[in-house]
Design a binder for this molecule. Sequence first.
Ligand SMILES: Cc1ncc(COP(=O)(O)O)c(C=O)c1O
Length: 430
Amino acid sequence: MTFVGQRSKKESITWFSQHVSSGKAAFFAQYGLDFVPGYREGVFLWDVESGKRLINCHCNGGVFNLGHRHPVVVDALKQALDELDIGNHHLLSEHRAALGRRLAELAPGDLPYSVFAVGGGEAIDLALKLARAHTRRPGIISVRGGYHGHTGLALAAGDPQYREPFGPLAPGFQQVPFGDVEAVAAQMNEDTAAVLVETVPATLGMPIAPSDYYAELRSLCDRHGALLILDEVQSGLGRTGRMWAIEHWADPRRGGRCVEPDILVIGKGLSGGIYPIAATCYRQELNPFLHEHPFIHISTFGGAELGCVVALTVLELTATPGFLPRVRELAERLATGLAHLQERYPDTLIEVRQLGLMIGLVFPDESCGPLMTKLMYEEGVLAIYANHDPRVLQFLPPLIMSDLEAEESLGALDRALALLSRIRGWAIIH
Ligand SMILES: Cc1ncc(COP(=O)(O)O)c(C=O)c1O
């Protein structure tokens, strides 16, 4: 191989520690996770040296929805490299136009425009800028424990642990508990520009909102002239068994069709895991501001033409008839397996939160998520705890996982749960 394993693992870890991040190197050493990803394909990752194999049920929050190096996506990029490059972000573009049009066709509601970004944080920043510019109001209400990225406005909307060292941040941000419409109503006033929510908050441990939550948020926003921004960076693009997670929440005012956001933000999986790209998709009514100021928000690499080809390929694969039904079938298979595991370990696996393949496994206390991360790693599965609720292990299998791989993941989970139960039993006795 030309790119994998060119130097010893020890040297890579030393160089990483000396020249990239000493803190990350120390963190992984402390947890005994000395895995350096080498060859990768489909649902699997191999250590660069030891040959240890992991099933990737972390998926970088959806980046690897289609697995690693999906051959159709890789071929599309290879072919595009013969003709295209990043393009010039100031000019018109055939490829950004095609991607914008396809997103408009697939969007959950009437969102005809898309602005492209390199990553989710940048796309969230634009969503918030657009909300403020359109409404001419400063207030942003977001969810406590939510996560929208580490850039400026996204950071201000997120958890205090990431923003406190960097103050003073942009003013005008308030946070409310997830799933609580009354709490939003209490904060909402004539200064509120937008309510920003991850449709399924991943870093908070995949709580699933009540069935009327989004319809009520929608009405509340409409009554106060505020915008509803949905962050589907993790939950979008088929992760929940529907193209968009919001499709699971009907709006009675739209004849049972799904709640329609004013702005939808997507990223991660849009990249196919091989070319960074994210998007802020928005309604026609919000367009006058950017029409008048077309160069007020630009991004040199956002919407790179090579990335547009990749993203279009990802959308075609995800929209192929049969793809989403298969995701739902796999989700049911896993739900059955997880229900059995809950019966076997009722005191350890105390709750399964699941919407399609967006899964959070809840354990009794905050030591369990990190411990399960390690136990699952030892059993050959990469699954990482939810940073804002460490009782929860995030379990995000690639959408292309086979039945056999699903069984293998459940087997690993079974063994890890058996160990966790024993460790907890031992800790209680002693
Ligand atoms: C829900 C959500 N929104 C936004 C982001 C930020 O995306 P990025 O890291 O591409 O800036 C993330 C990243 O994890 C995310 O999970």
